[in-house]
Design a protein around this ligand. Structure first.
Ligand code: R5P
Length: 286
């Protein structure tokens, strides 16, 4: 038996998961006396009234780190603490890992937030295993030290795009990190700040081709827009986007407007998400 607790950010996945075969039981944390997840001052409430049901089988907490990364983490920690209070050692499944892009010390005086969060979940909350869909730090050396199972939505995104655009798409990564994560060859980029990026043109021939830009995240949309412009200027026939995590709605809208088509996985609850990942979740947990 696999007991799956869905945080409020992951609740939208419930109906899809209920249709999957597997020995799953689903739990939604309880709300406060006003039937809310938040108190009037913004503090988070969560309760697991049926904790005794977990005495047998595995317990998995399913969480999406967006659209509310901070409140979401507080809710996740409350749930993990309740489980710890009852001596339960769970697994955590992040469809999207929050703070995942702060996965290095880029400037003196910063800290690696992604690693700290992983460490805390494992060491303090006794979590046995952490599943993550397309983690930004998936191929970084430090991540290998922890029991992280990295799952990719990219093959599903590629399969879907081929159903509409045929097999002749040239898939490209926007940056070195993308190349490392997916093995898909591509460009080089430098981020100036949250909104501004610079690309270093590559010698890839895109003229007359359908280009599929594969990225892990749409944030501001700046990265994909820049590559769209570059590909079009270089003579690409069509440019489509394949993205795992739709983090910012404003970014998604810009990409939808500019690209021929956006394939977006539903790792975050977004109405534009058109590629379902509940199969990936069910298969890996089984
Ligand atoms: C960067 O390392 C990531 O892989 C994405 O390319 C980036 O986070 C996308 O963000 P934005 O849409 O703000 O350019």
């Amino acid at each position: 038996m696999i007991n799956i607790i869905l945080t409020s950010a992951a609740e939208y996945l419930l109906s899809g998961l209920e249709r999957k075969s597997g020995n799953f039981r689903f739990f939604i944390p309880g709300k406060n006396k006003e039937s809310q997840r938040y108190f009037p001052d913004g503090e988070v409430y969560a309760r697991i009234a049926r904790i005794n049901d977990f005495k047998n089988g595995r317990v998995v907490v399913l969480h999406s780190g967006a659209p509310r990364p901070n409140a979401g983490l507080v809710e996740l920690e409350i749930i993990l603490q309740i489980l710890k209070d009852h001596k339960i050692k769970p697994e955590v499944f992040f469809t999207y890992f929050p703070y995942g892009r702060q996965d290095k010390v880029f400037e003196f005086g910063e800290t690696n937030l992604a690693q700290n969060l992983i460490r805390k979940i494992i060491n303090y909350y006794w979590v046995r295993k952490i599943y993550i869909i397309d983690p930004h730090f998936g191929k970084l050396k430090w991540a290998k030290k922890y029991p992280i199972v990295s799952i990719s939505a990219v093959p599903t995104l590629i399969r879907k795009s081929k159903e509409n655009f045929g097999h002749d798409i040239l898939f490209l990564s926007p940056d070195k990190g993308g190349k490392q994560r997916t093995g898909i060859y591509g460009f080089n980029k430098k981020r100036i700040n949250s909104f501004k990026i610079k690309i270093y043109s590559s010698k890839i021939a895109v003229k007359g081709k359908t280009i599929g830009i594969v990225d892990d995240i749409i944030g501001t949309g700046g990265t994909l827009l820049k590559f769209h412009k570059f590909a079009k200027k270089s003579g690409a026939k069509k440019v489509i986007a394949l993205v795992t995590h739709g983090v910012l709605d404003t970014g998604i809208q810009k990409i939808k407007k500019r690209f021929k088509k956006l394939y977006l996985a539903n790792t975050i609850n977004r109405k534009e998400a058109n590629v379902d990942i509940t199969n990936l979740i069910a298969d890996v947990l089984k």
